[in-house]
Ligand binder design. Structure first.
Ligand code: PLP
Length: 406
C-alpha cells in the first residue's frame, strides 16, 4: 500500500512539512506505460486532467498519453501551458462564450459539444474566423445503457451498468445530448466551419472492465448507426473514462489487459474508427499519498479516535466517496512529552481531522494493532480527486506541502 521509497521519504519529512502530499512520478509513468501497452496500437489514451492537474503529473504522463481531456477554460489554458504540443479535447456541460473563444484561440484539437445551443454558439464563433482551419468536434451523447433505463430504441447493452458506482448514462442528466437530440444537431452542422469527427460518451464511473467494454461497444455501435444512417464519414469514437478504482482493495487494479483485449476486438469490428479513452482516476489515484501525523488519540464513549493534522479540507476523497480511506501507519518511536503517550491498542480507531465538523473523517473504526500520538499516517490512493477537490479554505489551516519524487 506504500512504496518503500515513499515510506522512507514520508518518514524523513521534517515535522514542519506535515501534512504533505507525496507523489511518486516514476510510479505514475510506469503505470501509464503499462496501461498504454495493454491498449491496442491504434487506440488513443487521453488523461482527464480534472483528476489531478498538477503540472508535474501532466508532464510525467505526457510521454505515455496521446492527449489530455480538459473540462474548463482554466484547465484548457493550464494544460496547454504545462504540456504544450499535445492534443486537447475540451468537454464539460457549461462552456461559456469566453471559454469557447479561448478554445478556438488555442487551436483546441477537439471540442466535445454537449447541446444544440452550444453547437450554435460554437458555429457562430467559428464563423467569425473565416481564414481559420475547420473546428473538429465530437457530439457528446447520453445513451441509455443502464439497468432498467432506456428509451426503448434499443435493448442492446441492457443491464451492463448494474453495480456502477456512478452511472450517468441514459437517465436525465445535464451532460450530453439524448440520441434524438444528437441527430437533430446534424442539420445544424451544415454550412458551418465545424467538422463532425465522431461521438463522445462518458456514461459511468467506477466500472470493472467487462461492464465498461459493454458500454464502449454500445457507444461505438450507436456511432456506426448514426454514421451510416446519415452518411457522415465519422472517424472517431471517444468512449470516456470511469475505470474502476477500488479503495477498499488498494492492491487491486482495473483489468487493463482484459479491457485492452476487448477494445482490440471492438476496433477490429469497426475499421475506420479511432477509439479513444479518457481515464482520470485509474491513472492518477495510485501515485499519491497524503502523509500526516497523529496529534492526539482519545477514547470517547468507548470508541478510539485518532485526530490527525490536516483532514478532509486537504483530502476530501473519503467524504466525497463515502469510504474509509486506506492508510499505513508509519511508527515513530520517539515521544518527548513528559506525560504518557496517548495510544490505541489492538482496537478499531476512527481517523479524523482538525475540522470542527463530525464529517471530517478519513477512515472510520478501522482495526489497528497500535496507533499513538506522534505516529505518522500515509493515506494511499491520494493521487486523484484529492487535494484539488477539497475545500482548502475551511477553518484556515495551513496548506500541505507537496513533494514530487521523480
Ligand atoms: C471526469 C471525466 C472523465 C474521467 O473520469 P474518471 O472516473 O476519473 O476516469 C472522463 N471524461 C469526462 C467527460 C469526465 O467528465
Amino acid at each position: 500500500m506504500i512504496l518503500p521509497r515513499v515510506a522512507r521519504h514520508a518518514a524523513g519529512l521534517p515535522g514542519g512539512e506535515l501534512p504533505a502530499y507525496v507523489y511518486d512520478l516514476a510510479a505514475l509513468a510506469g503505470h501509464a506505460a503499462e496501461v498504454r501497452a495493454a491498449l491496442p496500437p491504434g487506440t488513443e489514451l487521453y488523461y482527464a486532467a480534472k483528476a489531478n492537474p498538477a503540472p508535474e503529473l501532466l508532464q510525467a504522463l505526457a510521454p505515455h498519453v496521446s492527449g489530455f481531456e480538459v473540462a474548463s477554460g482554466g484547465e484548457l489554458a493550464h494544460v496547454r501551458k504545462a504540456v504544450p504540443g499535445l492534443p486537447l479535447a475540451f468537454g464539460g456541460p457549461g462552456k461559456t462564450e469566453p471559454e469557447l473563444r479561448l478554445a478556438l484561440d488555442l487551436g483546441t484539437e477537439r471540442i466535445h459539444v454537449e447541446s444544440e445551443s452550444e453547437l450554435r454558439l460554437l458555429a457562430a464563433l467559428a464563423a467569425e474566423r473565416p481564414g481559420a482551419a475547420p473546428v473538429d468536434v465530437l457530439l457528446r451523447v447520453n445513451l441509455p445503457v443502464s439497468e432498467g433505463e432506456g428509451d426503448g430504441e434499443s435493448r442492446a447493452g441492457h443491464g451492463e451498468l448494474a453495480g456502477a458506482a456512478l452511472a450517468m448514462g441514459g437517465r436525465p442528466s445535464p451532460f450530453g445530448l439524448d440520441p434524438r437530440r444528437a441527430e437533430a444537431c446534424l442539420p445544424l452542422l451544415r454550412g458551418t466551419r465545424l467538422r463532425l469527427r465522431g461521438i463522445h460518451a462518458h456514461l459511468a464511473s467506477g466500472l470493472p472492465a467487462p461492464a465498461l467494454l459493454a458500454v464502449a461497444a454500445r457507444v461505438t455501435a450507436w456511432a456506426r448507426e448514426l454514421d451510416t444512417g446519415h452518411g457522415l464519414g465519422l472517424d472517431e469514437v471517444n468512449v470516456g473514462g470511469g475505470m474502476a478504482v477500488d479503495y477498499a482493495r488498494p492492491h487491486t487494479r482495473f483489468d487493463w489487459a482484459a479491457y485492452g483485449a476487448g477494445l482490440a476486438e471492438l476496433a477490429a469490428a469497426h475499421p475506420g474508427y479511432t477509439l479513444r479513452i479518457e481515464p482520470g482516476r485509474a491513472l492518477a489515484a495510485y501515485c499519491g499519498w497524503y502523509v500526516t501525523e497523529v496529534l492526539d488519540v482519545r477514547h470517547s464513549h468507548g470508541e478510539a479516535f485518532a485526530v490527525v493534522r490536516g483532514g478532509t479540507h486537504h483530502m476530501r476523497t473519503p467524504a466525497a466517496k463515502g469510504h474509509d480511506h486506506p492508510f499505513t501507519v508509519l511508527s515513530v518511536d520517539t515521544w518527548e512529552r513528559p506525560w504518557p503517550r496517548p495510544a490505541a491498542l489492538d482496537e478499531p480507531v476512527t481517523l479524523s481531522g482538525q475540522l470542527c465538523t463530525p464529517k471530517d473523517v478519513l477512515a472510520r473504526a478501522v482495526p489497528v494493532a497500535e496507533l499513538r500520538a506522534g505516529d505518522r499516517i500515509a493515506f494511499a490512493m491520494a493521487g486523484a480527486y484529492a487535494w484539488n477537490i477539497s475545500h482548502h479554505e475551511f477553518l484556515m489551516h495551513p496548506a500541505p506541502a507537496f513533494r514530487f519524487l521523480s
